[in-house]
Design a protein. Structure first.
Length: 152
């Protein structure tokens, strides 16, 4: 889909705060409320806007122990890959999962309370998944940048 300059501005404003009213957005964009509403609807209907979410403060919900875990599967057979992906989707502690190239097959972002919680997750969930042959974990020391905003 081709986005014009106004669509891009609108998307940037919505990424900053999706709770802004169409009236607030219309003022910022110099458009009528109806025009803003119609643009948002078009962006939703075409799938450019896929959903609206609430971002939580990991510290306030005691899930601020962040781990990047590299996972290697025993083989790259289609059935192994698809099974692992189905299973990892159900793990609540995993907030992101990427199928990657290189020495490992996947990188998982995991948010838990502390090291004991992570150890429990590893022993009772991740390493019990079929076809996981090895893992390598890196622990977040300090979060330098964390954004959901995509530059347009």
């Amino acid at each position: 889909m081709n986005l014009d300059k106004t669509d891009k501005k609108l998307l940037l404003f919505l990424q900053e705060d999706s709770k802004q009213t169409t009236k607030e957005l219309s003022y910022k964009l110099g458009l009528s409320v109806t025009a803003v509403y119609e643009r948002i609807r078009k962006l939703e209907n075409t799938g450019v806007i896929s959903k609206y979410v609430v971002l939580l403060d990991k510290n306030k919900i005691e899930k601020n122990f962040v781990v990047l875990c590299h996972v290697k599967l025993s083989q790259h057979k289609k059935e192994y890959v698809l099974r692992f992906e189905r299973e990892v989707i159900d793990l609540q502690e995993v907030t992101e999962c990427f199928h990657v190239s290189g020495d490992y097959d996947y990188i998982l972002k995991i948010c838990v309370k502390d090291m004991a919680d992570y150890r429990n997750f590893m022993l009772t969930k991740l390493t019990t998944l079929q076809h996981v042959v090895s893992t390598h974990s890196s622990f977040m020391i300090y979060e330098v940048k964390n954004t959901t905003s995509i530059s347009l």
